[in-house]
Design a protein around this ligand. Structure first.
Ligand SMILES: [Zn+2]
Ligand SMILES: [Zn+2]
Length: 119
């Protein structure tokens, strides 16, 4: 089995952490104490947002049941941003598995404005 830890970005190299430290220019849509919401630079839909905690939680942990408290913050942030952007009842949330090439900093995709992908 491959050494997974060698594939996990540290906070120093993590794009999302750089965005939070303002070292990377981005289009911030919303922010609260613990989470940031940005526009995806490479959108797959008319509205394609990325929601992530300001702290570096890695997918390998969160998707194995660690740090479960962050999910409450995710959904709280989702409800705030859909309220702000008036997206109630017309959005989808997506959490990707930590495959190769995907960001390890836990995040959700919020997609809206195109035909529903999964029913
Ligand atoms: Zn990070
Ligand atoms: Zn993703």
């Amino acid at each position: 089995m491959k050494n997974i830890s060698s594939q996990i970005q540290n906070e120093e190299d993590c794009l999302f952490c750089k965005i939070i430290r303002n070292e990377e220019p981005t289009d911030r849509v919303y922010e609260n104490d613990d989470f940031v919401v940005i526009k995806n630079k490479y959108p797959d839909a008319p509205v394609h947002l990325l929601i992530f905690p300001k702290k570096h939680y890695v997918k390998h942990d969160t998707l194995r049941g660690k740090n479960t408290h962050i999910w409450e913050g995710f959904y709280k942030t989702v409800s705030e941003v859909v309220e702000k952007l008036d997206l109630w009842d017309k959005y989808q949330l997506l959490v990707n598995a930590p495959g190769m090439g995907h960001f390890h900093h836990e995040h959700m995709h919020l997609i809206s404005g195109k035909d529903v992908l999964v029913k």
